[in-house]
Design a protein around this ligand. Structure first.
Ligand SMILES: Nc1ncnc2c1ncn2[C@@H]1O[C@H](COP(=O)(O)OP(=O)(O)OP(=O)(O)O)[C@@H](O)[C@H]1O
Ligand SMILES: [Mg+2]
Length: 450
């Protein structure tokens, strides 16, 4: 609980202040600096200290220095004698957050404390929000144990703390944005801003003005000077999403930013330097666009210092149960639902589906299943029709043992696609090599050759 500590050797003044403040906040009193320090050490609720400067023993100034040393967040307001401007100046210079002049005006006192507490609450809120954001976007939130994802984690861990420009490639819904946030949060810039720019949503000059900002009068609607995202991201990370969508003219300007970290606002002449880490993402293979002449090769090489590729979900089917269970728990909790698990047959269907929308589609499917569920365990009937239908199209009945036939087919297919290389086949399937060997053995015992 937010507690105010009043320190004054004069009992009359002290009691007056304590009584006035106690109407709104928990308030304690101390007769000298030593007693005050003892109380601060013992009571973590104390967040504002109001202290007289002139006291026998340690002065208010000494108390201020000691408090700021042991509790840098503490708000300290010093009380100076009427007319002693020098004291007030010295107090603020030494780090006091505010000062009051004697004789104390109780209204002013209340207002100052109110302001101090509002500031403390705001800082606390910002701090909590920031740690929530970090929680949301740390690597622990990227679920996966497949070899492909382990590789992604290793790359992120290695590249994040450097200043290297990173290109994240992968089909839609594979977690590119999640990875971009993780890179920022694991970098030295974590305390700085993370600024995302959706390049596809803005075209041509709009994108340029968004990225570089513009001067007043740069174009008809430019009534004000506006800073762009590159400036807003100073000391932080800029995330250029869907980088393949930028026009050739903007590509040239971007190349310069990558090379020199400088640019001019639209309609401006001043060269602006910015300290940014660049992370870009693309849901098409950028190299292919370069080959087709749609993306500048020099820009591609500047962006592609470290290339992180997120595989489609069907190339890591081993991760499907993990991701499904994670979202099942999350959505179940968020909806106050009783759903606790997924029946093995239903899980097999999810593992067999091709997930063109990747993790995003899986997440949305689980949410839907949880919301519509009638039993604590999700069964085959809870799997959305369109996913079951898709499996039927593969000429596989989802009832009973035929799912095993599907599994066999998928394994046989993966081995064939990997040219008989079982390690590669296991990787494709997102299962360990050991699991693959075990399955092959099981089938062999049933007399099935793969
Ligand atoms: N490995 C993962 N574990 C858990 N959730 C994931 C994972 N990958 C993606 N998601 C979730 O899937 C959704 C889509 O992820 P994200 O927005 O990062 O994809 P994207 O690759 O940027 O897609 P797009 O190309 O469409 O922008 C998000 O809700 C994200 O939290
Ligand atoms: Mg995205």
């Amino acid at each position: 609980m937010q507690t105010v500590l009043v320190v004054d050797d004069e009992k009359g003044t002290r009691d007056l202040m304590v009584r006035a403040l106690a109407m709104r906040w928990r308030t304690l009193g101390a007769a000298d600096a030593e007693a005050a320090l003892r109380m601060i050490e013992e009571d973590p609720g104390i967040c504002v200290v109001l202290s007289d400067i002139r006291m026998p023993g340690a002065s208010g100034m000494e108390l201020l220095r000691e408090v700021k040393r042991i509790r840098p967040q503490m708000v300290v307001i010093l009380i100076t004698a009427y007319g002693s401007v020098a004291d007030a100046v010295a107090a603020v210079k030494d780090g006091a957050d505010d000062f009051l002049v004697k004789p104390i005006d109780l209204d002013a006192l209340e207002k100052r404390v109110e302001k101090a507490i509002a500031q403390i609450l705001l800082e606390k809120e910002v701090h909590e929000l920031r740690s929530q954001v970090n929680e949301k976007y740390g690597m622990e939130n990227i679920t996966g144990e497949s070899p492909a994802m382990k590789n992604v984690f290793a790359l992120v861990r290695q590249a994040a703390p450097t200043e290297a420009t990173i290109l994240i490639e992968g089909p839609s819904g594979t977690g590119k944005e999640l990875v971009a946030h993780a890179i920022h949060n694991l970098s030295a810039r974590a305390k700085g801003p993370f600024v995302a720019v959706e390049c596809a949503a803005l075209t041509g000059s709009l994108l340029e003005s968004e990225l570089f900002g513009h001067e007043k009068g740069a174009f008809t609607d430019a009534f004000q000077r506006r800073i762009g995202r590159f400036e807003a991201a100073n000391h932080g990370t800029i995330f250029l999403d869907e980088i393949s969508e930028i026009s050739p003219a903007t590509q040239v300007k971007l190349l310069r930013v990558l090379e020199t970290r400088t640019f001019e606002r639209v309609g401006g002449t001043e060269t602006i330097k910015t300290d940014i880490r660049i992370v870009a993402a693309c849901n098409k293979p950028l190299a292919k666009l370069v080959a087709e002449g749609k993306f500048r090769e020099d820009l591609y090489y500047r962006l592609n210092v470290v290339d992180i590729r997120l595989p489609a979900l069907r190339e890591r089917t081993g991760d499907i149960p993990l991701i499904a269970m994670r979202y099942l728990r999350e959505f179940s909790k968020a909806n106050g639902s009783k759903v606790q698990g997924i029946a093995p047959e239903a899980m097999k269907i999810l593992e067999s589906y091709s997930w063109p929308g990747n993790v995003r589609e899986l997440r949305n499917t689980i949410e839907k299943m949880v919301v519509l569920a009638r039993n604590p365990e999700l069964g085959v009937d809870d799997v959305p029709e369109q996913i079951r239908y898709h499996l039927k199209e593969l000429a596989v009945d989802t009832g009973g043992g035929t799912l095993e036939a599907l599994e066999k087919r998928r394994i046989a297919q993966a081995i064939a696609q990997a040219g008989g290389n079982r390690t590669k086949a296991a990787e494709r399937l997102g299962i360990s090599r050991r699991t693959l060997y075990r399955k092959i053995e099981e089938y062999a015992q049933e007399g099935v050759e793969l």
